[in-house]
Design a protein. Sequence first.
Lengths: 361, 434
Amino acid sequence: MAKERKRRQPTDAPSPGDDDGERREHRREKKPRKERGDPVLPSQIKNKDKRKEVHAKLKSEKKAQKRRLARERSQAVQRAIELGEQPPEKQVPRTIENTREPDETVCRPDDQELFAGNDADEFNAVLKQQTMPKVLITTCRFNSGRGPAFIEELMQVIPNSCYVKRGTYELKKIVEYANNRGFTSLVVVHTNQREPDALLIINLPDGPTAHFKLSKLILRKDIKNHGNPTSHKPELVLNNFTTRLGHRIGRMIQSLFPQDPNFRGRRVVTFHNQRDYIFFRHHRYIFEMKENKIASKDKKAKASESKSQPEKQVICRLQECGPRFTLKLLTLQHGTFDTKSGEYEWVHKPDMDTSRRRFFL
Amino acid sequence: MPRTSVVESPGCPPLRALTADILGLIKVVEARTKPAGVAKVVETWGAPDASRAVLAASLADRAVDPVLAVARKNGVVELLNPLNGDTLAGVKAAGTAPADSSAEEDPLATLHLFRRHAPDSSMFGTFLTCTEKGKAYVKSVAKENAASDMAVGPSSSWDVSNSGTVQFSSVDAGDSYAMFGGKGIEVNLWDITSCSKIWSAKSPRGNSLHIFTPPWFTAGTFLCKDDHRKIVACTNNHQVRLYDTASQRRPVISVDFRESPIKAVAEDPNGHAVYIGTGRGDLASFDMRTGKLLGCFVGRCSGSIRSIVSHPELPLIASCGLDSYLRIWDTNTRQLLSAVFLKQHLTAVVIDSHFSTEELEETKPKQQDTLIEAEVEVRRERKEKKNRTSEVDEDRTRMLNHDYSDAEMHTPKRKKSGERSKGMKKKSKKQQVA
């Protein structure tokens, strides 16, 4: 074989030689183009091996550059600290949230009309602790699958809530029933194909009705290392409800819970709004004293000193308990549930989605 | 780059509108020619108080001595000067009874202030108001001892109906006929001078399944200025109906519009078009001669529309509602001219048509804007700047594109020439080989 190759080489040599020559010419022609400023992208190269090579090279270059820049930045900061100067400003990444379209409906802390509006709205009695919140939970007519389990967990989340079987009653009748028994809110869990998919919160007796889409439901038993909540009144965290509409929704959610949490219970319920999606989480927390790691290193070096002053730090540990879901507001209706003659305060319409950076809550 | 929406508003002509909201505030919105047709809040009258929420408002739109009347939740009808916001008089509409208790049971539903001016100037004005349970009152407010509650001149009252709740009333341009309607009340026409019912509508026949829908009227207006016989009434059952009182008691035309109840209606000064607003925030215009939909005012309205008014001279309408925006629309192009955020749920809007900018600038020095407005302006400026920069960028990119295209134009030629040269070389080589 080797001999054959040897033999063949001289015979075949001229034609590939010619090709090579042409290729070289090609390259010569391409090189000045590269210099002009439009580099050949790896995706334009047809030979896979070559493409891989170029791509790997590009990638490693980029990575190295990134590392170099980061190092330079950190060095600049260190230098500034050593010299006692003002460290250079930290770069803030641009996100969809912080490049949100300007919105004149965002609440301002100095707005007197906002506070007057708060005092006049439907949630005021509950939020001023004049009445205890009392929540009735019911379902749609056909409730199965994860619905009952979800309701069980929801009842552990919301204190002073009770479940009433829907039966074949109309929702308007149930609103009437709940009004007569002094409930302050009504929560309806709607299931579709054995999966909870919507949540309706109605403030009673004549408050607004909010219709949420419910998604990403994870029940307690599916959460790893979950805890079991106690029956203490939970603390409430409402994040990022900034606009006038968001403020109203926040107050509505707030009115589901008692306003005097048991801090001893160390139980916290979070409604976190991000890009109009409201994320629900339920946690237990604990504060613990923990020895600092740096302090322990010091211990080895200077055993005698550290023994006299054991450095301790307070850390907070979280344990998630029970359900995890995401809500998205679809409509906010003025008055209690009424589909035929209802007036809407806010309806999500598709032609409102003009931008990814426009948010309503 | 992400898509961004830019409000391309052609700007509104000089305009003055007054809005009333559920906290009892009355806000004046003005658009002037100098800051390029941007409407903004100029003044706010009253202190926020939910018990004094405005339920209805009406403006006697006169060049001399205009009066604004507002019906409040506590049963008081207040007459204001729409130029400076001074309270002229406050009258309890419900008459002699202690109104505090009656106002809760039977709040005022509608209000109309008569436009014709009293011959002697001892009167502030005469208004017609109606409670939800159907008690209509006509009262005149005299100028002397206006501070006391009993400062009422000649008045009359009658019962519109015994059952049902009144939801709207409307008075024709000549101020002689009034129309009422509501939940369980058919549209009925009254002669104001004689306090007698002239005409009442009849429910349309049941549909093909013989299902009868009980009457529930939510809004209505007289179609023409000079003709009190044509009435447009809108139902909770999302229907727009045209009644001709001269010909028959059943509706002449009945048109369905979408799925949500119609909450507001306003007539166009041209005498055949009407503008309707629904509970889901849809705004549309209908031609009532044919009953055809002329078009919708698309986009941006997200809450129920409570009130629409059309400008008597300019081709524009103003709408407001539960989304707490006052929006001004062009009726010809159906485009949004301007939108102002007013923080509360709005209940009524009126347009002051005798507003001219020169006059105002003479009389009043420029008022200090509130912080918010200033910021809004700053934002607008920024937006404009952005637009400019984006335009510049676009220009640049265009330029670049031209360059590229030029380059593309040039390169193939070069290539061709290169190929030619190669071909030449090949040929020469071959020749050499040969």
